[in-house]
Design a protein around this ligand. Structure first.
Ligand code: NI
Length: 169
């Protein structure tokens, strides 16, 4: 089922997420819904709070034939070396700005079969893992952009927030 994507200004994006205790039909359905919703929106990643669920889950599809279903992620390592690249977010439509992040990361998570997976990542995968994990900590990429860029998009963000709050009623 395709869900509505929550937008900037929705309080659900600013709540900490709970760990998942076990895999069950509810979680499997949620994972399927998240993948379907991400594909429908032409996104490469989607975190559970973006469809209104405050659980530590995100999905990624970087177009490499491997759809990652990530539960209870934990970073084990961040490289000191950083890279700056443009990011966007399905919850912050129309805004694309550069964000500085660690070039390489090592992450541990549970997959949809409840197996522990450890991955080392660089490039787009590293960036996407950090962006999606931030959602689970109630952080959005626009929180991390340079002050100058933030000033440039601040009126756009205010407008987006106003529209979201109006829609929520
Ligand atoms: Ni995002």
């Amino acid at each position: 089922m395709i869900h509505k994507i929550r937008k900037y200004g929705d309080p659900v994006l600013r709540k900490e997420c709970d760990r998942v205790e076990k895999i069950d039909d509810e979680i499997l359905e949620l994972l399927d819904d998240m993948v379907e919703t991400m594909h429908d929106a032409n996104g490469i990643g989607l975190a559970a709070p973006q469809i209104g669920v405050n659980k530590k889950i995100f999905v990624l599809d970087l177009g490499d034939g491997h759809i990652r279903k990530v539960i209870n992620p934990e970073f084990l390592e961040f490289s000191d070396e950083t890279e700056e690249n443009e990011e966007g977010c399905l919850s912050v439509p129309g805004i694309y700005k550069k964000v500085k992040r660690s070039s390489k990361v090592k992450i541990k998570y549970m997959n949809e079969k409840w197996e522990e997976v450890t991955e080392e990542a660089e490039g787009l995968l590293s960036r996407a893992l950090q962006h999606e994990n931030d959602h689970l900590d109630a952080v959005l990429f626009v929180d991390k952009i340079a002050p100058v860029a933030k000033r440039i998009v601040s009126s756009k963000l205010q407008k987006l927030k106003k529209e979201t709050l109006k829609e929520l009623g």
